[in-house]
Design a protein around this ligand. Structure first.
Ligand SMILES: Nc1ncnc2c1ncn2[C@@H]1O[C@H](COP(=O)(O)OP(=O)(O)OP(=O)(O)O)[C@@H](O)[C@H]1O
Ligand SMILES: Nc1ccn([C@H]2C[C@H](O)[C@@H](COP(=O)(O)O)O2)c(=O)n1
Length: 227
């Protein structure tokens, strides 16, 4: 049977990947893989089980047996995420969990343990996959690969507005520091670093609205006759 087509959207934190991937999946009626959520879930589970974020052997085991359910969908995103029986939909979205995710994601055995779980999302009619290595490692044959960026300042501003709207007490300079630290870790790690695939189209969303980003991607989809 033919493999489902995949559109990959990679890029740094706050560039808009998750938002754009969710809307795109909904418009196309395709499946969605938020690969960052898997690394966040692993970091969260490690905290629950008292596993240190540099204990590669234990994290590999935890990753291989991660008991996760993605339930329902709104705007292309899972409505609820259940980890080991507990709802963690919102809890995994904190900056602290993101920093932990970025640390466990640098461990080769962890990435290996999560690889097949990610590839299993490739089901008909198609998949929109967002992350750091979707186009370079997980789905190298994807017919459309997008590398979405924005300046660090704009990404911090977006994250600030997003967290403020949720009622979180955050500082813009603190978020900018965290974003820069995460960029550094994600781009400099030895395995599957954040970088554009050789055949990716690059979009800088600093001056673009979400809808304008989507228009660019939809025109690439039409050009390639993918969906
Ligand atoms: N082009 C844009 N213009 C303005 N705001 C945007 C744009 N794209 C995304 N946003 C907003 O920026 C915030 C971060 O977006 P999003 O969560 O999609 O980023 P991300 O790249 O998936 O980040 P992460 O990798 O950390 O999950 C959200 O509040 C989103 O609505
Ligand atoms: N394909 C992926 C997805 C995510 N990560 C790591 C690096 C990120 O900093 C962290 C959290 O991701 P987010 O939810 O913010 O997209 O997880 C990765 O290494 N590879």
């Amino acid at each position: 049977m033919a493999l489902a087509p995949v559109i990959t959207i990679d890029g740094p934190s706050g560039s808009g990947k998750g938002t754009v991937a969710g809307i795109l999946a909904k418009r196309l009626g395709w499946n969605l893989l938020d690969s960052g959520a898997l690394y966040r879930l692993l970091a969260f589970a490690a905290g629950n089980h008292g596993v240190a974020l540099d204990n590669e052997a234990l994290l590999e085991k935890l990753a291989a047996h991660l008991d996760v359910q993605f339930i329902g969908a709104t705007d292309g995103k899972p409505a609820r995420i259940i980890l080991e029986g507990d709802e963690v939909t919102h809890a995994i979205r904190s900056e602290a969990v993101a920093a932990g995710a970025s640390k466990v994601a640098a461990l080769p055995a962890v990435r290996d343990a999560l690889l097949q779980r990610q590839r299993a999302f490739q089901e008909l009619p198609g998949l929109v996959a967002d992350g750091r290595d979707m186009g370079t490692v997980v789905f190298p044959d994807a017919p459309l690969k997008v590398f979405l960026t924005a300046s660090a300042e704009e990404r911090a501003r977006r994250r600030y507005l997003q967290l403020k709207a949720k009622g979180d007490d955050v500082s813009l300079t603190g978020l900018l520091d965290e974003i820069r630290a995460r960029d550094e870790r994600d781009t400099q790690r030895a395995i599957a670093p954040l970088k554009p695939a050789a055949d990716a189209i690059q979009l800088d969303s600093t001056e673009l609205s979400i809808e304008q980003v989507l228009e660019h991607i939809m025109s690439e989809i039409a050009l390639r006759d993918i969906a």
